[in-house]
Design a protein around this ligand. Structure first.
Ligand code: HAM
Length: 448
C-alpha cells in the first residue's frame, strides 16, 4: 500500500531540495480543535475537579481504545440513529480489511471491555472515563467533530438508587465548579413491553398523519418512530406535540422506579422537571433518562450532560444480561459555561533565570535544578541575548522572580534575586545556594 499526500501539489520536490518554493500550510481537520496552552489551566481545573468528585463516590477510571469495531456501535447505539446513520467515522482498515470506527461515544466500549474482561465477576462496577469522541456533525457552537466527554457508568446495579446517585454526582460536580442555574430534565422510557406499546401507538399516530412527515421521519416511521420525536424540523413540531407520550404507557414498576429517584432528588434539594418528551438520541436506553441543560445567558442553551439506564446493552453486545446506568458530560460545553464564571488564570512560573556571561548557562542550569529540588517552577533563559531582552521574556513568563547570573555573580558563585511583582521584596545578591530559601521565605505567587 502506498500513501499519497493529496495536498502536496506542484513544487514540493523543489521545496524539499531547498528550491525555495513555499508550501501551502496544512490546516487542522474541520470541527476538530486544538486546545492551546493558554486554555490548559481551565481543562486541568475541570479534570481535577471531576477526578476528585467521582473518586469520592467510589468510581474507578477505565481507558478503552479510541478505535473499535464499527459493529460495536451499530449494535450498541442502534442502526437507525443519527450517530450511526450519518456521523460515524467508520472505515475499512486498508491493512487487514477490518471495518473499524472512531468511537462516537464510550458507553458501548466500556460495556464491551467489562464483558471481555469479566469485570462483573468481581461484583458491580462503578467506572468513569474521559477522552475524545468523534461524530461527523455539522460544526457549530458546542458541536464539534472531535469533542471530549467525561462519563460514568454504574454496572451490575438495577437502581433506582444508583440512578439517583449518578445524578447526585453531577450535582456535586456543578457545585464544586461553581456552575449554577443548570436545569435537570428527567423521564422514564419504561420497560421493554411498555416501550413496545408506546412504539405501536407512535406508528399508528404518525401513519395517520403521514403527509405531514418529512423525508427523514417517513423513513424512520417503522424502523425507529421514537426518533421522530427528536426531530428539529419546525414544520413538524405541532404534530410532534400531539404524539402519544410515554408516560401514559408506564406500568407500576417503571413509575415506582422514577418516583424513587425523584424522592432522592427532593431529599437532596435538587430541582428537576419531569419531561415526558425527553427520549435521547441513542437506542440503548430503558427506564431512566436525564439531561442537564446550561442556560448561557443571551445565547442558546446547551445540553451539557446526558445519560440514562441501559439494561439491555450487555445482551445486545453478546454478554450475559446485566444492568447498566450512566451519563456523559460534554467537556467543551461545560468549559464554555465555566469560562463565564471563573476568572482567567494566566500562565505563571515562579522563577525566570536570566544569565549572561561566558559559560553562565552551565551555572544557570545547575541553580535551576537546585530550585526545582525545592519545589519551585523555573524557566531558564535559552538562546543567550542581552539582559534587556531576557528581562522582557522574564516579565512575559509571569514569573514572580528573576534570578540573575551575570559576570560578577558567576565569578563569585552567586546570583541576584529580583522580585518582579512585589516591590516590597528588596533586590539582593546572595550565594547561589541561598536563593531557594530567600524566595520561599518571601513567598511567590500561588500557581493555578
Ligand atoms: P450523548 O447525549 O450523545 O450521550 O452525549 C453526551 C454529551 O456529550 C452531550 O450532552 C453533549 O454535551 C456532548 N456532545 C455530544 N455530541 C457533541 C458534539 N458533537 N460536540 C460537542 N459536544 C457533544 C452519550 O454519548 C452517552 N454515551 C451518554 C451515556 C453514558 N449514557 C449512559 N451512559
Amino acid at each position: 500500500m502506498s500513501l499519497v499526500d493529496p495536498a502536496a501539489g506542484m513544487g514540493s520536490a523543489a521545496a524539499a531540495e531547498g528550491g525555495g518554493v513555499r508550501r501551502e500550510p496544512l490546516r487542522g481537520v474541520r470541527g476538530m480543535n486544538d486546545v492551546l496552552p493558554a486554555e490548559q489551566w481551565l481543562w486541568r481545573h475541570f479534570e481535577e475537579s471531576v477526578a476528585a468528585v467521582v473518586t469520592s463516590y467510589g468510581y474507578r477510571q477505565i481507558r478503552t481504545p479510541i478505535l473499535e469495531h464499527a459493529a460495536l456501535f451499530l449494535r450498541g447505539i442502534g442502526e437507525v440513529t443519527d450517530i450511526v446513520e450519518k456521523e460515524m467515522y467508520a472505515f475499512t482498515d486498508q491493512l487487514n480489511g477490518e471495518y473499524l470506527s472512531l468511537r462516537p461515544e464510550s458507553t458501548a466500549g466500556v460495556v464491551r471491555a467489562v464483558i471481555e474482561h469479566h469485570l462483573l465477576r468481581e461484583g458491580p462496577q462503578r467506572l468513569w472515563y474521559s477522552g475524545p469522541m468523534f461524530r461527523h456533525e455539522r460544526p457549530q457552537r458546542g458541536r464539534y467533530r472531535q469533542f471530549h466527554q467525561v462519563g460514568l457508568e454504574a454496572l451490575g446495579l438495577p437502581g433506582p438508587d444508583v440512578d439517583a446517585e449518578l445524578i447526585l454526582v453531577c450535582a456535586r460536580l456543578w457545585e464544586e465548579l461553581g456552575l449554577r442555574d443548570l436545569s435537570l430534565d428527567i423521564n422514564s422510557l419504561g420497560a421493554m413491553g411498555e416501550r413496545a406499546a408506546h412504539r405501536q401507538a407512535l406508528i399508528a399516530y404518525f401513519e395517520a398523519h403521514r403527509t405531514l412527515l418529512d423525508e427523514d421521519a417517513q423513513r424512520r416511521l417503522h424502523s425507529n418512530p421514537l426518533r421522530i420525536l427528536d426531530s428539529k424540523n419546525p414544520q413538524m413540531q405541532q404534530l410532534i406535540e400531539g404524539a402519544p407520550s410515554i408516560d401514559k404507557f408506564l406500568g407500576e414498576v417503571s413509575r415506582t422506579h422514577l418516583a424513587r429517584i425523584l424522592e432522592h432528588l427532593d431529599r437532596r434539594g435538587i430541582a428537576f422537571r419531569v419531561n415526558p418528551r425527553l427520549v435521547r438520541g441513542l437506542d440503548y436506553y430503558n427506564l431512566t433518562v436525564f439531561e442537564w441543560i446550561a442556560p448561557f445567558g443571551g445565547k442558546a442553551p446547551l445540553t451539557i450532560c446526558g445519560g440514562g439506564r441501559y439494561d439491555g446493552l450487555f445482551e445486545t453486545l453478546g454478554g450475559k444480561a446485566a444492568h447498566g446506568c450512566g451519563f456523559a458530560i460534554g467537556v467543551e460545553r461545560v468549559l464554555e459555561a465555566l469560562r463565564a464564571v471563573i476568572p482567567v488564570q494566566p500562565d505563571t512560573c515562579d522563577v525566570y533565570l536570566v544569565h549572561q556571561a561566558d559559560g553562565s548557562d552551565l551555572a544557570a542550569f545547575e541553580l535551576a535544578e537546585r530550585l526545582r529540588d525545592q519545589g519551585l517552577d523555573v524557566i531558564v533563559h535559552c538562546g543567550a541575548g542581552q539582559f534587556k531582552a531576557q528581562f522582557k521574556r522574564a516579565d512575559a513568563s509571569g514569573a514572580s522572580y528573576a534570578v540573575v547570573i551575570g559576570e560578577e555573580e558567576l565569578r563569585a558563585g552567586q546570583a541576584t534575586v529580583k522580585a518582579l511583582r512585589d516591590a516590597s521584596v528588596p533586590q539582593t545578591r546572595m550565594a547561589a545556594d541561598q536563593v531557594a530559601g530567600y524566595i520561599l521565605e518571601h513567598g511567590y505567587a500561588a500557581r493555578p
